[in-house]
Design a binder for this molecule. Structure first.
Ligand SMILES: CC(C)(COP(=O)(O)OP(=O)(O)OC[C@H]1O[C@@H](n2cnc3c(N)ncnc32)[C@H](O)[C@@H]1OP(=O)(O)O)[C@@H](O)C(=O)NCCC(=O)NCCS
Length: 167
C-alpha cells in the first residue's frame, strides 16, 4: 500500500468526493450533506485515500460519540476497488477511533452489498440487527458492529490485518 497515502478529507476534496459518490448506486450523499459533515460536524472524522500524486481514490467517515463510533460512509472509486484501499481506509479509521477512546463501532449496510459485508466481516464486524426499508422500499440494512475494540483479541486481529494490507 506504499503507493497510497491516508490523510484527512477536506472541503477542498468536495468535487472529487462527489465524483466518487456518483458511482455509488445506493443512497448517494448530496453536496450539502458532505459540506455539513466536513465543515460543521464536530463529531465527524473523515479520511481520504490518495495516490502518491494526490488524486483522491476513496474516503471514509465515522461519527465518534464518547466510547462509540458509527461508520457513516465509505466509498472507493470504481476503478480502484479490489486493490485493498477499502481495507486500508477501514484499518486506519478503526485505529484512530481506538486512539480516541472507542470500544464499539457500528454501521448499517445494504443486506445485498457483498463486498462491503465481506470487508466489515474481515474486520470483526458481526450482524447485530436489521432495519427494514432502511434505504428505500425493499432495500433493507443489516446493522453490524464490532465490540471490545481494545481487547487483546481485537489487537491481534488488527495486527494480522495490518500485515495483510496489500503492498
Ligand atoms: C465496499 C468498498 C468500500 C470496498 O472497497 P475496496 O477497496 O474494493 O475493498 P478491498 O479491496 O480492501 O477489499 C476488502 C474486502 O472486501 C471483499 N471484496 C472486495 N471486492 C469484492 C467483491 N467484488 N465481491 C465480494 N467481496 C469483495 C473481500 O473480502 C476483500 O478482502 P480480501 O481482498 O482480503 O479478500 C467498495 O466496494 C465500494 O466503494 N463500494 C461502493 C460503496 C459502498 O458500498 N460502501 C459501503 C457502504 S456501507
Amino acid at each position: 500500500m506504499s503507493r497510497y497515502i491516508i490523510n484527512e478529507l477536506s472541503v477542498d476534496d468536495l468535487e472529487d468526493v462527489l465524483k466518487i459518490e456518483k458511482e455509488v448506486e445506493l443512497s448517494p450523499w448530496s453536496r450539502e450533506s458532505f459540506l455539513f459533515e466536513l465543515l460543521n460536524n464536530k463529531n465527524a472524522l473523515y479520511l481520504a485515500v490518495r495516490s502518491k500524486k494526490g488524486d483522491l481514490t476513496g474516503f471514509a467517515g465515522a461519527w465518534i460519540f464518547k466510547d462509540e463510533a458509527h461508520i457513516a460512509t465509505m466509498s472507493v472509486s470504481k476503478s480502484f476497488r479490489g486493490l485493498g484501499l477499502g481495507s486500508l481506509l477501514l484499518y486506519r479509521l478503526i485505529e484512530i477511533c481506538r486512539e480516541r477512546g472507542c470500544y464499539w463501532i457500528t454501521l448499517e449496510v445494504w443486506e445485498k452489498n457483498k463486498p462491503a459485508i465481506a470487508l466489515y466481516t474481515k474486520f470483526g464486524f458481526v450482524r447485530a440487527g436489521f432495519r427494514k426499508n432502511y434505504y428505500d422500499l425493499n432495500r433493507n440494512a443489516l446493522i453490524m458492529w464490532a465490540g471490545s475494540l481494545k481487547n487483546k483479541s481485537y489487537n491481534e486481529r488488527l495486527k494480522k490485518l495490518n500485515k495483510q494490507l496489500k503492498k
